[in-house]
Design a protein around this ligand. Structure first.
Ligand code: 3H9
Length: 699
């Protein structure tokens, strides 16, 4: 037997205990161990029942994802589960922690299921670009009906034990030790002579409108296909005998396994976990964090304060005047009542935060006790310097002084203090209590334990934290500024903002760049353009002023009711603003450009090429440590479709030589904009991918 499964006897019951830390993934050794355990139990004199139970944190977290993309190894999970179900012995699963994917499928192959109240079950394969592939689409609907089964598997959500029991997935919920519970429950089943109860032999549930469900779920997925394919697998299970339904499920599973979407989503799964794994932080202890200061109570400051409060920190927020302080308090209260409505906090916690955990002040001296302070004031160097000079004066030694700047030089900010080693950039994304991304901007003199504390803060706030170096816009906004420029060039050359938004939304972005600009506020881009023009733009760069004209007319996007779109019928009813195209046409005429047509494919190709090229520069210059850092930044902060893995994973999949060849074509028209990243040239010359760099960094 494999050492992943311990075999023990408890009277007439054989117990198979899974020992595959950290989360009991169903690796080949575990599958083989379960198979051998079943053989041994069936040959063991006097054994009448088998109990399967996990040790440690989970029953099973599912198939071993590290085996995906490699040739499947026997025993295959669906075959093993059939073998468990077909056993002449009574087979019981005792679940705790999570039972996900193949883990729940093993439980569904058992004849009875018991769980502790804290257990959670689910079929999250769609989050990996797959469908359940070991009988989940066949067995679950027989227990719950089609509708509930499709809800669980197409959302991939985790279901708590009490709901799972109501759905019919769990027979009994009982507090206590999972192993002892399981033994007692199995014994009670034996005592009453409970029969074997294979789910595969249960009646098939009623059919639904399969085509309607398939289309509706496909439309919801913004291009992601696996949720819709759950429908077809369940349909096969309802319409065909069990073995044929299982074969249909396996075929869909294997077909999806071969897709780019599966590659993209598994890249996202592992990158999300690797992003905080930096060699320089190994063994570095973060500083103590309990009391957070926030400077500025606008949308961003209030969002940061809300996020800190929801994560259990004490917060002191500084505003300039009592009136501004009151407005900040209101904003935070609004955010918290949203959290209360969504069930994220209890009424008691909500009230406690507002009465005793949050303090709003107007005097810097009130920040003398904070462990870390984040400034979220106006984005102007002189203003930031003033704030940091004050913070340097009042904050206790060892306090971390952080700036939420999204573009400015953190080295310059640090230099105005007497403690540059305590200064760091913590770039949140608005709304900060909702958005998952946090860029941790490490300046030249930032101390390692300050960086470690930034990551600790991100972890406690439930963020995806990405390390970034100092440059204009860090990782995300620097890349954004380049692909936005590529979009602007396409507009000058003949595309409309609406064609561009549509092409990129069809590609999978939550919103196209012009809809995003309207949401963020067109005044932000306007301010950046003004600053860059003041600093001096290279004469070779293409420039245009139609977007400035929109702003000059007071159109800042959603907040003023008009931008690229007209929102007079509501934020969702996006109608092109009729003032926009004439401004663009005027600009083209002024520059002597004869507009041409762009296909959606060309729009995506150019936009993505610009994104990848800048991203390669960001990695090549060490602003991002690894390609996966860029991928996670774009995924969690910029609406990049998760099923494509991130821009550099996308680039690997479409092929770096092909992308480079495209860029060289574009370069002929505009050599200044299309300066190719040396790293990209190097990777193509060496026949390597961005993922090779990720792997080298992990080694
Ligand atoms: C499936 O089952 C297909 C079947 O239908 C059909 C098959 C034929 N495999 O997230 P954490 C690692 S598809 C391998 O930090 P948490 C993870 O990488 C599968 N490794 O902890 C990390 O490693 P490291 C369906 C896995 O407590 C460590 O475990 N199942 C797997 O925040 C700790 O993970 C899923 O999609 C795995 N399956 O969350 C479940 N799972 O320490 C995916 C985790 O080196 N997993 N690891 O960075 C999860 O959702 C979460 O990991 C879980 C724990 C909730 C389990």
């Amino acid at each position: 037997m494999s050492d992943k499964i311990a075999y023990s006897r408890h009277g007439d019951i054989a117990v198979l205990t899974v020992q595959n830390p950290p989360v009991n993934a169903l690796s080949q050794a575990v599958r083989q161990g379960l198979w051998d355990g079943m053989d041994r139990a069936e040959a063991d004199d006097g054994v009448k029942a088998v109990l399967i139970v996990g040790e440690g944190r989970a029953f099973f977290a599912g198939a071993d994802i590290t085996e995906f993309g490699k040739p499947p190894m026997e025993p295959h999970l669906p075959v093993l589960i059939n073998r468990i179900e077909a056993s002449p012995l009574l087979v019981v699963a005792s679940m705790h922690g999570v039972s996900l994917g193949g883990g729940l499928e093993v439980a569904l192959g058992c004849h009875y299921r018991i769980a502790v109240p804290s257990a959670r079950v689910g079929l999250p394969e769609v989050h990996l670009g797959l469908i359940p592939g070991a009988g989940g689409t066949q067995r679950m609907p027989r227990l719950t009906g089609v509708e509930a089964a499709l809800d669980v598997m197409t959302t991939g959500r985790q279901v708590k034990a009490d709901e799972a029991a109501k759905l019919g997935l769990i027979d009994e919920v009982r507090d206590g030790d999972p192993k002892q519970n399981g033994i007692d429950y199995t014994q009670s089943l034996l005592d009453v002579g409970a029969p074997r109860r294979p789910v595969s032999e249960m009646e098939t549930p009623a059919a639904i409108d399969w085509d309607g469900a398939f289309e509706a779920i496909l439309a919801r997925g913004r291009g992601q296909i696996s949720p819709a394919w759950c429908v077809r697998a369940v349909q096969a299970g309802v319409e065909k005998p069990f073995a044929e339904g299982l074969a249909a499920e396996r075929k869909i599973f294997m077909d999806l396994m071969a897709t780019d979407q599966r590659q993209g989503m598994i890249h996202a799964f592992f990158s999300e976990r690797a992003v905080g794994n930096l060699p320089e932080l190994k063994g570095v202890e973060p500083r103590a964090l309990q009391h957070i200061g926030v400077i500025g109570g606008g949308t961003m400051g209030a969002g940061i304060a809300t996020s800190a409060l929801l994560s259990g920190f004490q917060v002191t927020l500084l505003e300039m005047t009592p009136e501004a302080g009151e407005a900040a308090h209101k904003r935070i209260a609004g955010n918290l009542s949203g959290a209360l409505k969504r069930g994220k906090i209890s009424q008691d916690k909500h009230d406690a935060i507002l009465t005793s955990i949050l303090t709003v002040v107007t005097n810097y001296d009130a920040l003398s006790d904070v462990d870390l302070v984040i400034e979220a004031v106006f984005e102007e160097m002189a203003v930031k310097k003033k704030v940091f000079t004050e913070l340097d004066r009042v904050c206790k030694p060892g306090a971390i002084l952080a700036s939420n700047t999204s573009y400015l030089d953190v080295n310059e900010i640090a230099a105005c203090t007497k403690r540059p080693e305590d200064v760091i950039g913590l770039h949140f994304f608005s709304p900060a209590h909702v958005m998952k991304l946090l860029e941790i901007v490490v300046a030249d003199k930032t101390a390692p334990d300050v960086v470690a504390t930034g990551f600790e803060l991100g972890k406690r706030m439930g963020k995806i934290s990405v390390r970034a170096g100092v440059c204009d816009g860090f990782i995300g906004n620097r890349i954004l500024s380049t692909y936005r420029t590529a979009a602007d060039h396409m507009i000058l050359d003949g595309a409309s903002p609406y064609e561009i938004d549509k092409a990129l939304e069809d590609f999978g972005f939550a919103m196209g760049p012009f809809a995003v600009a309207d949401l963020a506020g067109l005044d932000i881009g306007w301010a950046v353009r003004k600053r860059k023009r003041a600093e001096g733009i290279d004469p070779r760069a293409r420039d245009s002023s139609y977007a400035d004209k929109l702003c000059e007319d007071g159109h800042f996007g959603q907040k003023t009711g008009k931008g690229y779109y007209d929102y007079s019928a509501g934020a969702k009813a996006r109608v092109p603003n009729p003032d926009v195209m004439p401004l663009i046409e005027e600009e083209r005429a002024k520059q002597g450009i004869t507009p041409r047509d762009f296909t959606s494919e060309e729009i995506v190709r150019r936009y993505m090429a610009a994104m990848v090229n800048e991203a390669a520069k960001v990695v090549g210059e060490g602003i991002a440590r690894r390609p996966l850092d860029v991928d996670m930044t774009l995924l969690f902060g910029y609406g990049f479709p998760r099923y494509r893995g991130g821009p550099l994973k996308w680039a690997d999949i479409v092929g770096l030589p092909e992308l480079l060849a495209d860029m060289k074509e574009y370069q002929k028209e505009d050599p200044y904009f299309w300066q190719i990243a040396p790293l990209l040239e190097q990777l193509v010359a060496e026949g390597k991918t961005f993922d090779d760099l990720n792997k080298a960094a992990a080694a």
